[in-house]
Design a protein. Structure first.
Ligand SMILES: C[S@@+](CC[C@H](N)C(=O)[O-])C[C@H]1O[C@@H](n2cnc3c(N)ncnc32)[C@H](O)[C@@H]1O
Length: 166
């Protein structure tokens, strides 16, 4: 476990993932989070037009957007602080015969090298922290986005679009 600058131990993840563990365990709670949002479906044509290939679904929950992107031919990766969410996402991946990498990971400390992805989606995720946390997540998103391969790489973050500077 990390320590804060004041020496007090931090929880492993500074946000509400325990509550999400509880919710992802419950089939009724999961039911509303299984279909990809229409906005994300609508983006696929544009992503393909831009030759995007590698997509990260940050705070993926039970994986609905990673599953959707993989079914559309993208190389999808999903991360979430909730191990229960990741477990569900992996089961759905197997059931649907897809190949997706899912890992338990804090959105403040992504393990991926710089410039790993053409597209990052964090849908209803960044608001789990305060303003400082949101800025730190956006820094991580900027870091893992790949510049140059697209005219402007997009990250859909809590329903806002962030355009990486070239
Ligand atoms: C409202 S749910 C959205 C799930 C998914 N994006 C979707 O739209 O289906 C928020 C997700 O953020 C995850 N989360 C909260 N804090 C996190 C953190 N520090 N790092 C990674 N994920 C986190 C929760 O575990 C939960 O799965």
């Amino acid at each position: 476990m990390r320590s804060s600058p004041g020496g007090q131990p931090d929880r492993a993840f500074p946000t509400a993932h325990e509550d999400w563990d509880r919710r992802w365990r419950d089939p009724d709670e999961r039911a509303g989070w299984e279909e990809p949002d229409q906005h994300v479906q609508d983006l696929v044509t544009e992503l393909k037009r831009r030759s995007a290939k590698d997509a990260l679904n940050l705070g993926c929950g039970v994986g609905r957007h990673a599953l959707f992107l993989a079914s559309e031919g993208f190389d999808a990766t999903g991360t979430d602080a909730s191990s229960l969410g990741i477990e569900q996402a992996r089961s759905s991946t197997l059931r649907r015969g897809l190949a997706i990498t899912f890992q338990v990971e804090d959105f403040l400390d992504l393990s991926f090298p710089d410039r790993s992805f053409d597209y990052v989606i964090a849908w209803n995720v960044v608001y789990h922290g305060d303003g400082t946390i949101a800025r730190r997540v956006l820094d991580q998103v900027r870091r893992v986005l790949r510049p140059g391969s697209l005219p402007g790489n997009d990250a859909l973050v809590a329903q806002h679009r962030l355009r990486r500077r070239q």
